[in-house]
Design a protein around this ligand. Structure first.
Ligand code: SF4
Length: 449
């Protein structure tokens, strides 16, 4: 059986067998049921953790199903982001236009909830009927005296990755519009952590111990005022580079703020994230605090990981996630608990990301860009993977094939970042891989290795 569509050949590589690089960043192929989501989804997942803003989806009610429940970003204060608002466009709006509906909805929401800002997401049908979303936002912003930001994210424009860029453009309109917060000379912005399970609070505690102020978390546990002041931080620390590189580069060009790329998953990358920030500030006292923190954390963590490593050594894992940086950290974290990565793919990786991934994977590992359920199922059967790490769309693939699953995406309820997160990760992987339930499932395999 042909395991993938012929035109996707260059997006799939088996290390040690194929000489070519994985071609990343290509549009999805017609006929391949891509795991990627639409432009609107990409914008919304980046922006909606801003907890004191109204997020209004201008479109039919179905688009608004990308709600808090699907990606549960946590807030330490207001929780307006947990409500999903829609203009609920119907046939008559498609015929006569939806601008009045949008204006009325915005005014009603702002009067009722007194948000610090409003984001208006334009969906496919709005792009088709041609509502002037920007003018309505401008008018309401003037009348209500808060930022009302149009997010021109019509779903058909491209993929989730294009939505990330549009979200960054929307954030750029907020940044630099306030200077009222106290800012330490040792301040950073965290770009690309969405605080799905409290990860941001773990990072905050680490950086606080080092004497570093997080000025604006963008966007997990985000607040409009902090984002407005973000141009005053000394450094941008970018985690989800797939979604936030555009903003990091914009802030470098516009405000001269340098950035570093980090990952908070796994011991090695988490420690590097602390050391790199300390190095940037060129302050020995900060570096000493970072070293002390890492030492303290590892003293307890390494022995606690040992039993999991013993149980998991030799097990095989498949990874399919949104961005490449996360995939790279996961390969390293799995190795730390004795597991081998046999499949690794992403929705938004580029060719350079895959080159880097290839260097850290073992021979026989399948690297794949923009995959689909048929390919992923076939690769799992071929390689005999025991675990699938992915998101909401990969969970059924794993369960249907009778293997363990670890959610590393929107639906996660337990933090996997930082040192605490590494222990949670090992525990979760162990529990799912060793679950007695798999003995009752017929596991199909076409292992060729
Ligand atoms: S593709 Fe268009 S219609 Fe579908 S969810 Fe995205 S914006 Fe809405």
């Amino acid at each position: 059986m042909l395991e993938y569509l012929q035109d996707r050949e260059k997006q799939i590589v088996t290390k040690g067998k194929d000489a070519h690089d994985v071609e990343g960043g290509k549009p999805s192929l017609s006929g391949s049921v891509s795991q990627r989501a639409c432009v609107f989804c990409g914008s919304r997942v980046v922006l909606y953790p801003i907890a004191d803003a109204v997020h209004l989806v201008h479109g039919p009610i179905g688009c608004a199903s990308y709600t808090w429940d699907i990606r549960g970003a946590l807030s330490s204060g207001p929780e307006l982001h947990r409500s999903s608002f829609s203009t609920d466009l119907r046939e008559k709006h498609v015929v006569f236009g939806g601008e009045t509906q949008l204006y009325q909805s915005l005014v009603e929401l702002i009067d009722k909830y007194q948000p610090k800002a409003a984001f208006v997401y334009s969906t496919c049908i709005v792009g088709v009927i041609g509502d002037d979303v920007q003018s309505v936002c401008k008018q309401v912003a003037k009348e209500k005296n808060i930022p009302v930001i149009p997010v021109m994210s019509e779903g058909f424009q491209g993929s989730k990755k294009d939505g990330y860029k549009i979200a960054c453009d929307a954030l750029a309109t907020l940044i630099g519009t306030d200077e009222s917060l106290d800012v330490s000379p040792m301040s950073i912005n965290i770009l690309g952590d969405f605080n799905l399970a409290g990860e941001l609070w773990i990072l905050e505690a680490y950086y606080k111990k080092m004497g570093i102020q997080i000025l604006a978390p963008i966007t997990g546990d985000g607040r409009v005022k902090n984002i407005q002041n973000a141009h005053r931080a000394a450094l941008n620390v970018v985690q989800c580079s797939g979604s936030m590189m555009h903003l990091a580069m914009y802030m470098k060009e516009t405000y001269g703020i340098p950035f570093i790329k980090v990952s908070y998953f796994g011991i090695e990358d988490m420690s590097d994230a602390l050391y790199e920030v300390a190095k940037f500030f060129k302050d020995e006292a900060v570096m000493d605090k970072a070293r002390e923190l890492v030492k303290d954390q590892l003293k307890n963590l390494l022995p606690a990981l040992e039993p999991y490593k013993t149980a998991l050594t030799g097990k095989k894992a498949a990874i399919y996630v949104g961005g490449a940086f996360k995939a790279i950290s996961l390969v390293k974290a799995l190795r730390l608990i004795g597991m081998k990565t046999v499949i690794v793919g992403t929705q938004t990786g580029n060719t350079d990301d895959y080159r880097l991934l290839k260097t850290i994977c073992d021979d026989g590992c399948i690297l794949v860009d923009d995959s689909n359920p048929i390919e992923l199922s076939e690769f799992v059967k071929q390689t005999g993977a025991d675990l699938f790490i992915g998101g909401v769309k990969e969970r059924p693939i794993a369960y249907k094939l009778g293997i363990g699953f670890c959610d590393h995406n929107h639906e996660r309820k337990m933090a996997l970042a930082g040192y605490e997160g590494m222990l949670n990760f090992a525990k979760e992987v162990y529990e799912t891989v060793s679950s007695p339930v798999w003995q009752f499932v017929h596991r199909t395999s076409s292992e060729k290795n």
